[in-house]
Write a protein that binds this ligand. Structure first.
Ligand code: 5AD
Ligand code: SF4
Length: 469
């Protein structure tokens, strides 16, 4: 891979800043400060991308609102991972026609993974004429130029070229919290799991330079940030494309040397690339949370092969055994897909037996959703949705019992947590997380936010713990 073509040259980033300045000048001529609304669907990578979009909007002179009828610019950052995610976005975008009727000068932008797909762009072009700008994740850094084009040429702009993808350093950012931050360490995915749309919309794997990542984390630690989550579609293939290759375990060791009272989390790990080197590094690094999100997807080796996952049930279980042997306190979570094309009931029950064997702390469970353009979408899929739902419910029942049991075992214990925000619940107003990432709702006042506390766990349910400082 040609690194020089991957990182956007400084001159090009300066050109974008030039557009930002021009937009700021245009905005200043308005009677009142323009307001932007940014709405985000999907994964943490999208949340991180939205924070960059907000950073650019702020430099363009915008304030922020959550009310589409108050907004002058609306950006919808979309997700394409399953069909319901797309349906929801089309519903939201359809509704925006009313905001545009009330305020014809409103600019509506659609970005993210849906926007990168030709079929979606065509549908928007034909049937959602109130959308002014569409750009995919690959074009995020060019948002100032694209928005400027919409403003000055008064025409709709579609920037969805299928690109390898690039890395843009130095984009401004609006962080949601002073306690927690997301840091992307790489972009894209090369794995082409047969059900997954991500490699088609987010381009090929490309890693940020270690020096850039370390500088960003050093700054966050200096600013008092307590919890930093490293993001990548598959963090375990970090660094393979660098001119001076460095693997993810080595990156963790380098980050761990940065002084400060902070925790490092990361997601997502692909089991085929996660191994002893990573688990040993996690165990050694004091800043690294003993938490692992290791999506297994299926407990059947036959289905795993059809998914193109690159490991068997036994290999996965062996990795989990090793990880727990070096980190007995490890909090382990996973993603599961039920109803992959051709999966039989017996194979789905192999997944249920796997989760009983592993005893995950929590699971993210999905019913398979065909994504046009992926290999799995062309496979015969004879099982009805109703039958898949029955299998899915069995999986959920099993996991609820496991999570409930693991959570009950915390009652009466004292755990150290980071208080990270308000929960919105009157009885348990604070939210916090243990080192392993378990959610703990707390009684207490907001003055605790950003601080560590020793908490006695008094109650639990299947998804959270409850406690008192
Ligand atoms: N259908 C259902 N679930 C999917 N995922 C990815 N693609 C699909 C799909 N087509 C799930 C996987 C992945 C998580 C982010 O979403 O479990 O790990
Ligand atoms: Fe999708 Fe597989 Fe890449 Fe994850 S590793 S983003 S599931 S293709």
């Amino acid at each position: 891979m040609e690194r020089t073509q991957v990182v956007i040259p400084a001159g090009e980033m300066d050109r974008q800043r030039e557009f930002t300045a021009r937009l700021a000048a245009l905005h200043q001529q308005r009677e009142r400060r323009p307001l932007a609304m940014v709405e985000t669907y999907g994964c943490q990578q999208n949340v991180a991308d939205s924070q960059r979009i907000m950073g650019m909007l702020r430099e363009m002179g915008c304030g922020f609102t959550r009310d589409p009828f108050q907004a002058d610019v609306i950006v919808i950052n979309t997700c394409a991972i399953r069909e319901n995610a797309e349906k929801k976005v089309f519903g939201v975008v359809g509704q925006l026609v009313h905001a545009k009727e009330k305020n014809p000068s409103l600019t509506i932008c659609l970005c993210g993974c849906m926007a990168q797909q030709e079929v979606v762009a065509e549908k928007i072009r034909a049937s959602y004429r109130h959308v002014d700008l569409i750009f995919g994740p690959q074009a995020l850094w060019r948002f100032p130029e694209l928005l400027y084009e919409v403003y000055t040429r008064h025409k709709r702009v579609f920037s969805i070229a299928d690109e390898h993808g690039s890395i843009a350093e130095g984009l401004p950012v609006v962080r949601e919290s002073r306690v927690r931050a997301w840091v992307s360490i790489m972009y894209g995915c090369n794995n082409f799991c047969s059900y997954c749309i991500v490699p088609y919309v987010r381009g090929r794997e490309r890693s940020r330079e270690p020096a850039d990542i370390l500088a960003e984390i050093r700054q966050l630690a200096e600013d008092g940030c307590r919890e930093i989550t490293l993001l990548g579609q598959n963090v375990n293939s970090y660094g393979k494309d660098l001119d001076n290759p460095m693997d993810f375990a080595a990156l963790l060791e380098e980050i761990d040397k940065i002084p400060g009272d902070y925790l490092i989390r990361f997601m997502t790990s692909h089991p085929k690339d996660a191994g002893e080197r990573l688990f040993d590094a996690m165990a050694r690094c004091t800043h690294v949370a003993k938490q692992l999100h290791l999506p297994v997807q299926s407990g059947s080796s036959r289905v795993l092969k059809a998914m193109n996952r690159g490991y068997t049930r036994e290999q996965y279980l062996e990795k989990v055994r090793y990880a727990r042997s070096v980190m007995p306190e490890l909090v382990l979570t996973s993603d599961i897909i039920i109803g992959f094309p051709g999966e039989t009931e017996a194979e789905a029950m192999e997944t249920v037996s796997l989760i009983k064997e592993v005893r995950y702390d929590a699971l993210f469970t999905f019913i398979y959703s065909p994504r046009p353009g992926t290999p799995a979408a062309r496979m015969p899929d004879p099982v009805s949705r109703a039958e898949k739902q029955v299998w899915f419910d069995k999986l959920l029942d099993a996991q609820n019992q496991i999570s409930g049991g693991l959570h009950r075992a915390y009652i009466g214990k004292t755990v150290r947590v980071l208080v990270d925000g308000e929960s919105g619940d009157a009885e348990w107003p604070l939210s916090s997380r243990t080192n392993g990432g378990r959610l703990v709702h707390l009684k207490g006042d907001p003055g605790w936010i950003g601080q560590y506390a020793d908490v006695r766990i008094t109650d639990s349910n299947t998804w959270a713990l409850f406690g008192e400082i």
